[in-house]
Design a protein around this ligand. Structure first.
Ligand SMILES: Cc1ncc(COP(=O)(O)O)c(C=O)c1O
Length: 435
């Protein structure tokens, strides 16, 4: 990372801009317990809810929720001052604070959007595609983002190339699959490798891709590269400046503890003037800055975006991202061994570089392609959520049913063990009922 995280950015507070706001009580940051089950006290989770699916929607600490409420109160105190005088410096300052976590020196390349899906559509719908333009994605691309690409291919002359990844695969095999695909398209002189949508961390399987190397392959042939890093901020270290991509989005509401509806969209300086928000508002003008045009897309409550400030405070107070990542990696390692040895599940990958905060295992006694088993597999998340108030993600991949479970600082190995027992018992019950 460029700057030492949190080091040299002066932090603005609402009161430093509008002193009247000192009348409103700021939340206090008190962290209780140590990482593991007792750390749940810092979140609003129902005690009876076993959550191993943090990855899908994120989980917000109490302190961040209190901060959102605080910002909301500040806005209601004097909405004119808040909207016309306070919001802008606060937003830009918060992006400056978050930039070192993204490995970005020039924070004017960053803006908030509500989520990663929005950024993918924003970039794609802002470009014009011509006959012969090829858009690359992977069979593992998140469904919503795949649909955004399909929409472009349905409504313009662009065509789609889907690169197939079937795990387990080594990083080298993934990069080779990418170069093979690029070369195939390049052989046809009527085609242009125009745009690539690359995950940093795939949704399912929850695997870290060698996205720096994949980006380099696409940049060699002059393509525009969009990195969908929905899961990345907080989960892995980021260095966008060294990546050389054109667009990059990461949710702050998944692994960075911000309020849901807070994502950071990076648009490289050279792409700023050609990138417009999906909603065109007051700031549409040739001379209008990228930051302003994205900031104001009509009236919204900015508390959600500003929650990244409280999220950074929380992260720093609990020991920083390094200690969070280290706890989660260790737990993933232990849980993978537990599932392998106790429940006979099979790890989907053993490649260290591909593993971060997700456990990915093949379920041994559920066959993909068997209609009865598929019925069980597609329903399993809801069956377990309804019967046991416990959550994980079940998905088919490469001819098998698999699970994706999320480590977090508020779960421990017993949680994984309990969930393992539940999966095995539920599948047994379901198979008995269907036989
Ligand atoms: C790889 C990937 N991209 C995009 C998304 C979409 O995120 P959001 O719903 O916040 O837009 C997800 C969600 O899990 C994802 O895993």
């Amino acid at each position: 990372m460029h700057n030492k995280v949190g080091s040299n950015v002066k932090i603005l507070t609402p009161c430093s801009i509008d002193s009247d706001l000192s009348d409103i009580k700021k939340p206090e940051l008190k962290v209780v317990g140590t990482f593991g089950r007792t750390f749940r006290q810092n979140f609003l989770l129902n005690e009876k809810y076993l959550i191993l699916n943090h990855g899908s929607f994120g989980t917000t600490p109490k302190y961040v929720e209190e901060y959102v409420e605080y910002y909301s109160r500040c806005s209601e105190y004097n909405i004119d001052k808040w909207m016309d005088q306070t919001i802008r410096p606060m937003i830009y300052n918060s992006l400056e604070r978050i930039a070192p976590y993204m490995g970005v020196q020039d924070s004017t390349q960053l803006t908030y959007v509500q989520n990663s899906t929005t950024a993918v559509s924003t970039a794609l719908r802002g470009l014009s595609f011509e006959a012969g333009d090829v858009i690359f994605k992977f069979n593992t691309t998140y469904n919503a983002c795949s649909n955004a690409v399909k929409y472009i291919c349905d409504t313009t002359k662009a065509e789609l190339f889907d690169i197939t990844l079937n795990f387990p695969m080594t990083d080298e095999e993934i990069i080779n699959a990418t170069t093979d695909a690029i070369n195939k398209v390049k052989q046809d002189s009527s085609k242009r490798v125009r745009f690539a949508l690359i995950d940093a961390i795939i949704s399912v399987p929850g695997i870290v891709l060698p996205y720096h190397e994949i980006t380099a392959e696409f940049k060699k042939v002059g393509a525009l590269v969009f990195i969908d890093a929905a899961h990345s901020l907080g989960m892995i270290d980021l260095n966008i400046d060294s990546l050389g991509c054109d667009y990059f989005v990461t949710n702050a509401h998944k692994w960075f503890y911000s309020k849901r509806g807070c994502a950071i969209f990076y648009v490289a300086n050279k792409n700023k003037t050609s990138t417009h928000p999906l909603v065109i508002s007051h700031s549409y003008a040739p001379e209008c800055e990228f930051g302003e045009s994205f900031l104001w897309q009509g009236t919204i409550d900015f508390s959600t975006y500003l929650s990244s400030n409280a999220a950074i405070d929380f992260i720093e107070a609990v020991g920083g991202l390094k200690s969070i990542q280290s706890y989660c990696r260790n737990l993933v390692h232990q849980a993978t061994e537990l599932y392998q040895n106790k429940y006979n599940f099979i790890p989907l990958t053993n490649e260290k570089s591909q593993i971060a905060n997700f456990v990915n295992m093949i379920i041994p006694n559920l066959e993909y392609g068997n209609p009865k088993h598929d019925k069980i597999g597609y329903e399993l998340k809801n069956t377990i959520l309804t019967r046991h108030n416990a959550s994980g993600v079940f998905y088919p991949h490469n001819g098998h049913w698999n699970i994706r479970l999320s480590a977090q600082i508020f779960v421990d190995l017993d949680d994984f063990d309990n969930y393992g027992k539940i999966i095995v018992e539920t599948i047994k019950q379901e198979l008995n009922e269907l036989s």
